[in-house]
Structure formats: structure tokens, C-alpha cells
Design a binder for this molecule. Structure first.
Ligand SMILES: [Zn+2]
Length: 307
């Protein structure tokens, strides 16, 4: 059974230099009614509004690295959330340096925020960094010009589905329902044990998503990511500029495809296009020569996982 509770939205998939229609980096994951943003480039909030995402549902922002095209949208977004009357807690997951800078910006420009901003300090390393009821998040260290991490989101197991007729047949009390959804057997008042397998059907498998931007090609990265449902891997350049990619800490479409293939990913999503390319179809063509299931990223793209 397909899960419809894990959706990716691309707010921006360009690189640093403005090149319409592209916007700087930002992605939002909607996982079971909560929104998790990854990077917040300039104008991210315009796409956020265009996609009609609910501001009150945003509670976590993950920053891959401290280049402006991945963070300049953050002060504006936070002000807009405040102006919209949002009062939730927002946790920003970033390096110590990012937390120090952002704290000063918010304190200066937005001293009376109704929101509570907190920071989860992450390291430039492969590490488990966050858990809530919906998802578990880990980082992988990338190879860019400054410290930079990718994020891997692994959805939590769904509860099992209870078969409605079984509730009536065995007069299962309401207080037992959650235990049964978690896998417990049911003990009738007469002392008969009804095995869980008779009462429930298995849940949809949890979804996983890896977000890798920005990085040079790293041969062992695929193994560190693992077989995700969807890998977004930056494709700043095509093969014709492989030397530029290596020198600037970026990847080509072919390199992203090699990582998707070697990780055992089910699909590859492109992105972080250099402004020097107008036509994106060559990205699709180059990547598909190595890995078949490639999705060409674009602003306001919406993907429900699993695909
Ligand atoms: Zn960068």
C-alpha cells in the first residue's frame, strides 16, 4: 500500500546566480502534516506561498552549509511567519557558526518574535542528528569548499492497520486499539489469545529520502547514503564541465547518477543547476545513460513518495 504522507516540494533548484525561472536552493518535505525545510535560499518564501504550504506546520529547518544561496531566505521567512501570527517553535539545524550568525540577525532585525527559535548544533560528520514521531534524520559529510552535509530522512514505521470487522467480532475495547496497532495480540475476557496477524494488515513500508547538495563526487558516498526511495543529488554541471565541478566542489549529472546507481536508490532527482545552462534536457539525458530512473527537478515540483 502506498503511503501518501511523505511529499517533497521543490521551492528552488538553481545555484547562486539568478537565472529565471530558477530560484536558489530550498526544499520542503511534508511528512504526516509536519513540514521540514531543507535550505532556505533567497525567495524561498515566495515558492512556499505559491505551493500553499501551511506556515504554522513548519517546525524544522535543516541547513546543509553556510553559503548565501542556501540561507539568505531565512531572515525574511522568519519575519513572515511572525507577521502571519505563527507562534510555533522552529528548530534550525545548523553548524555552530550558522547558529551564532543567525541568532544575531534575528536578535537585531526581529527582536520581539512570537515564535520560539531554537538551534540544534550539528557537526561536519556522518551522524544521527534528530528524531521525532514522524522521522529520523542523519547527516553525511560532503566535499564542498566549506563544511557541508547531506541529510537523510528516514520515515518512522507506520502502525499496523487494524481490520474493522475484527473489532466487532472480538468486541475489542477502545483502550486496546493502539497496542494492537503496535503489534500486540488480543486477549479475550475468556482467556483466548487472538494473534495480531489475524487482527491487522501490515503498514506501508517507511519512506526514505536523501538530500545531497552541494558536493564534489565522492566515490564512497553512495554506500554511506544507502538504498533510499529518492536521492536528490546536485547536478550543477554536465560532463563538459567536469573540471569546473571538481574545482568548485560540485558534481555533474553523470556523477550524481553514479551515486544514485551505487547507493541502490530507486530514483534520482536533479538540481542546483548552474546558471550557464538554459536547456535542462541534457541533464536528463546524461544521467539516464548511467541510471534510468531520473526526475528533472524544477521550481514548484511536487512528488509524493514512494514514487
Ligand atoms: Zn555551496
Amino acid at each position: 500500500m502506498a503511503s501518501t504522507q511523505f511529499t517533497l516540494f521543490t521551492l528552488g533548484c538553481g545555484s547562486a546566480k539568478p537565472a529565471p525561472p530558477h530560484q536558489p536552493s530550498s526544499t520542503v518535505l511534508a511528512i504526516r502534516n509536519n513540514l521540514y525545510m531543507i535550505d532556505c535560499g533567497e525567495n524561498a518564501q515566495s515558492s512556499f506561498a505559491a505551493l500553499r504550504l501551511k506556515r504554522t506546520r513548519l517546525s524544522h529547518i535543516f541547513i546543509t552549509h553556510l553559503h548565501g544561496d542556501h540561507v539568505y531566505g531565512l531572515p525574511g521567512l522568519i519575519d513572515t511567519l511572525a507577521l502571519s501570527g505563527c507562534t510555533q517553535e522552529i528548530t534550525i539545524h545548523t553548524f555552530r557558526e550558522g547558529a551564532d550568525i543567525l541568532y544575531r540577525i534575528f536578535k537585531f532585525f526581529s527582536p520581539n518574535l512570537p515564535l520560539k527559535i531554537s538551534f540544534n548544533i550539528i557537526e561536519y560528520a556522518d551522524a544521527h542528528i534528530f528524531d521525532d514521531d514522524n522521522v529520523s534524520v542523519r547527516t553525511v559529510a560532503l566535499d564542498h569548499r566549506i563544511p557541508d552535509v547531506g541529510f537523510i530522512f528516514e520515515e518512522r514505521e507506520h502502525p499496523r492497520h487494524i481490520i474493522p470487522e475484527m473489532i466487532d467480532r472480538y468486541a475489542i475495547p477502545y483502550s486496546e486499539i493502539n497496542n494492537i496497532k503496535r503489534g500486540a495480540d488480543f486477549h479475550t475476557p475468556e482467556g483466548i489469545i487472538i494473534p495480531n496477524a489475524e487482527l491487522t494488515t501490515p503498514p506501508a513500508p517507511p519512506v526514505s529520502y536523501a538530500h545531497i547538495s552541494d558536493t564534489a563526487y565522492i566515490p564512497d558516498l553512495a554506500q554511506r547514503i544507502g538504498p533510499v526511495d529518492l536521492l536528490m543529488h546536485e547536478t550543477t554541471y554536465l560532463n563538459d564541465r567536469e573540471k569546473d565541478a571538481a574545482a568548485r566542489g560540485h558534481s555533474t549529472a553523470a556523477q550524481a547518477a553514479m551515486t544514485a546507481r551505487d547507493a541502490g536508490a530507486k530514483a534520482l532527482l536533479t538540481g542546483h543547476y548552474s546558471s550557464s545552462y538554459r536547456d535542462l534536457l541534457p541533464f536528463l539525458k546524461e544521467a539516464r545513460e548511467i541510471f534510468p530512473n531520473v526526475i528533472l527537478n524544477k521550481e514548484l515540483l511536487t512528488l509524493s513518495l514512494p514514487l
